[in-house]
Design a protein around this ligand. Structure first.
Ligand SMILES: Cc1cc2nc3c(=O)[nH]c(=O)nc-3n(C[C@H](O)[C@H](O)[C@H](O)COP(=O)(O)O)c2cc1C
Length: 358
């Protein structure tokens, strides 16, 4: 059985270990969603990961509702990502860009945004981010079919921009209740056209987005993130096992490099998930590499590899406060705790000031 510290190849990407940094929004870009110098240092510090998945990155202003999160739809953003990908490469690391459209949780008070869009005319039950704190969400309007094609093209353009910024690949963010999830799940997708109703129809938008993205950058440089086993932002499904098994089969047919899933509470072979895990069924349905996330430590991660449940494990919060996480895990050192108060605070505190182990 491989260890966490053995190399693995995810599509075209050779990883020096089986530890990924999971995508994490940190809100350190400009108000115009242009990456900053501070981000160069932050990502370079974490280049010991076998692969970094960037923070969620807007494919368009319409799809980005998080203050100070980065985008990748214009030239200024592409140019500002270049020193980040170069610095990660310089340190021997690899980095994918996570492509993001937030759908109904974008607030119209953000500059240049209109009424948010979604699969159907629904309203997020959770408050959403604005530059003046969190505010109640506004009802989304249902996307017309021509607009869906335009958004698919936005994903394609963003993937090309990510390649221009020298990312090693892209990850389509289809998790956590954002736009693609709003198409996938039947609590929010109320459409009666070919994008709604049956599972195959609800998976259609994901399939079209991924097909466009891999047309741009190649299947071996394309990944997808899904969160099968939880309801986020009021987006839920009546039969998630069947839905995500079908989605995995479709992704397999497209030949993408890997699926990463966020399955909370899952604890490898040593414990029970709150709900039965869907990951094993997805792994069986998917031919490519499979990455598990959420609530892992080194022991649980190794147990999941030993049990054949995944090819690699991604870690989120531990990477915030332990920039040299793989080295610390290899040396079995205690991990530093992160500070939730600084997750989205802006500035260096809680961002680039966590030391490496001595
Ligand atoms: C500060 C923070 C920001 C996050 N932002 C994103 C994001 O941009 N995209 C995403 O897919 N998940 C995001 N997540 C979820 C993480 O990638 C990960 O799934 C979660 O933290 C669970 O993994 P962990 O237990 O290893 O931390 C975020 C989590 C945190 C703590």
């Amino acid at each position: 059985m491989p260890t966490l510290f053995d190399p693995v190849r995810l599509g075209a990407t050779e990883m020096s270990n089986r530890i990924l940094m999971s995508p994490m929004t940190r809100a350190r870009s400009t108000a115009d969603h242009v990456p900053t110098d501070m981000m160069v240092e932050y990502y370079a510090q974490r280049a010991g990961a076998g692969l970094i998945l960037s923070e969620a990155t807007g494919i368009s202003a319409e799809g980005l509702g998080w203050p100070y999160a980065p985008g990748i739809w214009n030239q200024a953003q592409i140019e500002a990502w270049k020193p980040i990908t170069a610095a990660v490469r310089e340190q021997g690391g690899k980095i994918f860009c996570q492509l993001w459209h937030m759908g109904r949780v974008v607030h119209p008070s953000l500059p240049g945004r209109g009424q948010p869009v979604s699969s159907s005319a629904t309203t997020s039950p959770e408050d959403v981010y604005t530059y003046n704190g969190k505010q109640p969400a506004v009802e989304a309007r249902s996307l017309a079919r021509a607009e869906i094609q335009r958004i698919v093209d936005d994903y394609r353009a963003a993937a090309l921009n990510a390649a221009a910024a020298d990312f090693d690949g892209v990850q389509v963010h289809a998790a956590n209740g954002y736009l693609i999830d709003q198409f996938l799940r039947d609590s929010v997708n109320l459409r009666d056209d070919e994008y709604g109703g049956s599972i195959s129809n609800r998976v259609r938008f994901l399939r079209e987005v991924v097909a466009a993205v891999l047309d741009a950058v190649g299947a071996q440089r394309t990944a997808v993130r899904l969160s099968p086993n939880e309801a986020r932002k009021g987006v839920n499904d009546s039969n998630p096992t069947a839905l995500f098994e079908a989605a995995s089969i479709e992704m397999s047919a497209l030949g993408i490099a890997f699926i990463e899933i966020r399955e909370p509470g899952f604890s490898g072979t040593n414990g029970q998930a709150e709900r039965p895990p869907i990951g094993p069924a997805m792994r069986r349905a998917f031919d490519g590499k499979f990455v598990l996330n959420s609530d892992f430590d080194a022991l649980k991660a190794q147990a999941a590899l030993d049990a054949g449940l995944a090819d690699a494990i991604s870690f989120g919060r531990p990477f915030i406060s332990n920039p040299d996480l793989p080295a610390r895990m290899a040396r079995k050192l205690a991990l530093a705790p992160d500070d939730m108060a600084t997750w989205y605070l802006g500035g260096a505190k809680g961002y680039t000031d966590y030391p490496t182990a001595t």
